[in-house]
Design a protein around this ligand. Structure first.
Ligand SMILES: [Zn+2]
Length: 119
């Protein structure tokens, strides 16, 4: 049980540097909960990021993580990646980044969409 949605707690979206910042978009959480409903358990490796942590992670300066509009999900298997991306698209995510060990999805309206790119 979560305090943000059925399955997610605010802590899961908080900045990983320990600064305590967790200004995640509720629209993001709502859409992401839909993905979780169909996909099953998901592990977030990154949600909200403060500017300092984003820099250290090598994030782009205008990263959607800074606005609380992005999630990175651990995903390494080709079948899970396929299903996860299908669910993300069904839930309304139109910006998806595919890495070797993760899938990033965001709702950044200042950037081009729809788009799937590789890290
Ligand atoms: Zn931080």
């Amino acid at each position: 049980m979560g305090d943000l949605s059925r399955n997610f707690s605010r802590a899961e979206f908080a900045c990983r540097c320990g600064c305590g910042q967790d200004a995640v978009s509720l629209e993001l959480v709502t859409k992401f909960q839909k993905v979780r409903d169909y996909f099953g358990p998901l592990r977030l490796t990154s949600g909200f990021r403060c500017p300092e942590h984003n820099r250290r992670q090598g994030g782009v300066p205008n990263s959607a993580h800074l606005a609380g509009l992005a999630v990175d999900l651990e995903c390494t298997l080709s079948l899970s990646r396929y299903i996860l991306i299908a669910r993300l698209m069904e839930a309304g995510f139109q910006r998806i980044d595919i890495g070797k060990t993760f899938v990033h999805a965001d709702l950044d309206t200042t950037k081009v969409k729809p788009s799937i790119w590789t890290y």
